[in-house]
Write a new protein. Structure first.
Ligand code: GLP
Length: 239
C-alpha cells in the first residue's frame, strides 16, 4: 500500500485526476472502475476540467460502477446511476454505451454473473476508484465474517444507513444494495482509495495498520500489489 497525505480534498482530486487522465491519454480505451459518495467528487471535477480544457477525452473509455441501491428506479435522483450522470458522465464525452452499472432491481444471481462477464469481456478494470465507509466498508461490502466474491445483494448496516440517509429527502433510504464483491474489486490492476475527514480516521487506521480481516473490509487492500491511499490530514490523524 502506498499512503499519501494531502492538505485538503481538492489537492487529492487534482492528484488522482492526473493519474487517471495520464492513463487515459496513454490507453484511450481503458477500463475505469468508478465510485460514488462525496470522496471521489473532487477527482471527477478535476477530470471534467481536464476534459473541458481539451487535455483528455473519455470517449473510448469503458466504465463500471461499484454499486447501486435496490428497490429504487434507475432514474431516481438518488440512484448511483443518477449521481454519476450528474457528477461525471453528462459533463464529459463518456459514451453512455460504454457505461456499466449493476441493476439493483434485477435478480441477484443473474445480475452477478452478467456483471462479472461484462467486466471480464472488457479486459478487467485498469484503475478502480474507491471510497471507504466509516465502518471500513468498500463499495457496499459491509463488515462480516468473510470476504465476498463477485457482485451480490447486501443488507445495509445501520451505520451506512445513518451516513447515507441525509441524501434521501423524499423517500426512505433503500435497505438493500447490489455491490461488487471484494474479490472482483481486488482484481483491478490499480486501486486508488480516497478518504477525507475525521469520520474516516478510525476506518483508515484499521485499513492500514490493523490486521487483514473481513470485519474491516478495506484492510484487504493490504494484499493488493498496487493500492494507493489518498488521505487528507483529518482522515490520516490516527495513523
Ligand atoms: C457509500 C458507497 C461507498 C462509499 C461510501 C463513502 O456507502 N457505497 O462506495 O465509499 O459511501 O461515501 P463518502 O465518500 O460519501 O463518505
Amino acid at each position: 500500500m502506498e499512503v499519501r497525505v494531502f492538505r485538503n480534498a481538492e489537492e487529492i482530486g487534482q492528484y488522482a485526476s492526473k493519474i487517471i487522465c495520464d492513463y487515459v491519454n496513454a490507453n484511450p480505451s481503458c477500463v475505469l472502475g468508478l465510485a460514488t459518495g462525496a470522496s471521489p467528487v473532487p477527482t471527477y471535477s478535476a477530470m471534467i476540467a481536464e476534459y473541458e480544457a481539451g487535455r483528455v477525452s473519455f470517449k473510448n473509455v469503458r466504465t463500471f460502477n461499484l454499486d447501486e441501491y435496490c428497490d429504487l428506479p434507475k432514474e431516481h435522483k438518488n440512484s448511483y446511476y443518477s449521481f454519476m450522470v450528474e457528477n461525471l458522465f453528462s459533463k464529459t464525452d463518456i459514451n453512455m454505451d460504454n457505461v456499466g452499472f449493476l441493476d439493483g432491481n434485477a435478480s441477484e444471481e443473474s445480475e452477478s454473473k452478467r456483471y462479472a462477464q461484462a467486466i471480464k469481456a472488457a479486459g478487467g478494470i485498469d484503475i478502480q476508484i474507491l471510497g471507504i465507509g466509516r465502518n471500513g466498508h468498500i463499495a457496499f461490502n459491509e463488515p462480516s465474517d468473510e470476504f465476498t466474491d463477485e457482485a451480490w445483494k447486501v443488507k445495509l448496516t445501520d451505520s451506512t444507513i445513518e451516513a447515507n440517509s441525509i441524501y434521501f429527502d423524499d423517500i426512505p433510504m433503500p435497505r438493500y444494495a447490489m455491490t461488487m464483491g471484494i474479490c472482483s474489486i481486488m482484481r483491478a490492476k490499480k486501486i486508488i482509495l480516497i478518504a477525507t475527514g475525521d469520520s474516516k480516521a478510525q476506518a483508515v487506521r484499521d485499513m492500514i495498520n490493523g490486521e487483514v480481516t473481513p470485519h474491516c473490509p478495506a484492510s484487504v487492500l493490504q494484499r493488493h500489489g498496487d493500492a494507493l491511499i489518498l488521505l487528507d490530514e483529518a482522515a490520516a490523524s490516527l495513523l
